[in-house]
Write a protein that binds this ligand. Sequence first.
Ligand code: ATP
Ligand code: MG
Length: 316
Amino acid sequence: MNFELLSVRNLSVAFGDVQVTDNVCFNISSGEIFALMGESGCGKSVTAMAIPKLLPQPSAKIVSGEIILEGKNLLELPSKALYEIRGKKIGCVFQEPMQALNPVVSIGTQLLEAVRFMPKEKRLKRIKELLTKAEFKDPERILKSYPHEMSGGMLQRIVICIALAPKPSLVIADEPTTALDANIQTAVMDILKSMCKSENAAMLLITHNAHLAAKYADRIAVMYAGQIAETGKTSEVFNTPKHPYTKALLKVVPAKGKTLADLKPIPGSVLSPKDFDKGCRFRFRCEFVKGECDKLGYGVWGMGRMRIGVLVFYDS
Ligand SMILES: Nc1ncnc2c1ncn2[C@@H]1O[C@H](COP(=O)(O)OP(=O)(O)OP(=O)(O)O)[C@@H](O)[C@H]1O
Ligand SMILES: [Mg+2]
């Protein structure tokens, strides 16, 4: 079944008086891998953490929007119902596995905590099944181990087991392999993908790595300066990028047949949220910039749907 699982609509988040994301919209279907890709500071993590309402409090505020998971607006749920949804429906995998685990509690106890919603007699069987899927050869030994006895890749595989233990319908993976050695990144991503597929969990993959998004995602949203610039099937976004930011981003990505001279870094850096104004936020770095861009955004070229004062949103 491939129904719409998550719908994020017009989500805007502020820290104090400064709004950092602006009318973010995307949908994720059941079992799909959806990547949110963009440079550092563009609002990927803030968007992801708003979904289970895990933004830092009291500084962060959801200014507008809806987050509909399986038909329920999470932003309107009472805290008890939201706690249950976080435990059962949404699993999270973050960059640093050590921060997700308690160093003085055995792996077995931490895994059992993740399946606390299941009937007691089924819990041990479930966590051994997950450890096997995560390619641990000796689950019994792993259950008795402590986090300091494991490598970064093993720890992240444990965190993946914890995230998937309660059979969530959505896994939020925020830079899940960025902290790992390059040579084990692919192995861990392969395990994360195959476990999500076998458990029928969708994945929101947050990454600044275009190779990772291209290899693992079914669809991609490209984010820039707090806004979604472009959304589409992975092959469409990579083969026929529509937005000037996506085009610029892909010029930085090494690929077969490209030489060092072909790689063109985007000049400057992402605009700070304090400097967001009515104009197009990419105009300071855009090779197609025109005089009108400080008033009108990308609509001046009539490319896609025009929204005055914000990035034009391309959705294919
Ligand atoms: N706790 C906070 N207080 C104030 N501003 C914050 C806070 N967390 C994030 N921001 C700001 O919100 C904006 C978006 O940050 P976010 O962490 O979502 O970026 P990101 O796309 O995940 O970047 P990275 O790839 O570096 O993780 C940035 O301008 C950041 O400075
Ligand atoms: Mg982040």
